[in-house]
Design a protein around this ligand. Structure first.
Ligand code: FPP
Length: 251
């Protein structure tokens, strides 16, 4: 497959729902934990590829608010795996100019993981090549609720006038606050839904679904998704003619 070279048709921000580790494990007669370990290998390759392709921000849905409902041993195994991955990968991410950020409900996480995420964020804070956002214990509804709660506190403390609250103000309180919205969402593993990921931020995002299971997702699958994105016409509610005119004037 031909690589997507035109920077203008490249998404600035890619978000991924990494699904299918469990099914990959079952298909290969292995335990689910082996599927997650194989998923880590795919994650490493995709992070490298996105940095090579010139993506500015990559946001990965690693563990949802709802994933706590999985069997206790799987949840504990995943938390330990995340701690191990951070410990093993943070130096290499740092050397490669990747800045790591975390979004999600920190209070829900085991202290070892909280610490690992904080150290990764601090160590890589000045890096500029690509930003890697890890969503752990994250849910889109949780995000909107925590934003609304913090906003209500600001109003009650007289720091914010309720009449000035518009979408830009609310956006600032969301986890991805200062970042551009994702341009492209990729979901692997065959399901065609958002599953409580970035509900607010995905309003105009192009959605790409693939049957490929996450452990098998590789650079050719990424390039297929980038090609899909390059072929889209992004209208943001405008007519096709208006959208083409504004794309031309901003090119
Ligand atoms: C999705 O497959 C996997 C997860 C939600 C677990 C976390 C992801 C990884 C371990 C990949 C590596 C991530 C990082 C940040 C290092 P599933 O278990 O939902 O699969 P299934 O739908 O086939 O059961």
């Amino acid at each position: 497959m031909q690589m997507v070279k035109d920077k203008r048709s490249l998404p600035r921000h890619v978000a991924i729902i990494m699904d299918g580790n469990g099914r990959w494990a079952r298909q290969n007669g292995r335990p689910r934990t082996a599927g997650h370990r194989e998923g880590v290998k795919a994650t490493r390759a995709v992070v490298e590829c996105c940095a090579d392709r010139g993506i500015d921000i990559l946001t990965l849905f690693a563990f949802s608010s709802e994933n706590w409902r999985r069997p206790q041993d799987e949840v504990t195994g995943l938390m330990s795996l995340f701690i191990e991955v951070l410990r093993n990968e943070v130096d290499s991410l740092h050397e490669n100019g990747v800045r790591v950020n975390f979004i999600g409900d920190r209070d829900q996480l085991p202290s070892g993981l909280r610490l690992g995420l904080k150290e990764a964020e601090q160590k890589t804070a000045a890096n500029e090549r690509m930003q890697l956002v890890l969503a752990v214990a994250y849910g889109g509804r949780w995000d909107i609720v925590q934003a609304a709660r913090r906003l209500a506190v600001a109003v009650s403390e007289g720091k914010l006038d309720a009449n000035t609250v518009d979408d830009a103000v609310l956006n600032k309180y969301l986890s991805l606050g200062g970042m551009p919205d994702p341009d492209l969402l990729i979901r692997t593993g065959g399901e065609r839904r958002i599953s409580n990921f970035l509900l607010w931020d995905l309003a105009y995002t192009e959605l790409h679904f693939t049957d490929t299971l996450w452990p098998e997702f590789d650079s050719s699958d990424l390039d297929a998704a980038l090609k899909f994105f390059a072929d889209r016409e992004r209208r943001y509610g405008k007519t096709g003619e208006q959208a083409a005119a504004s794309a031309k004037s901003s090119a």
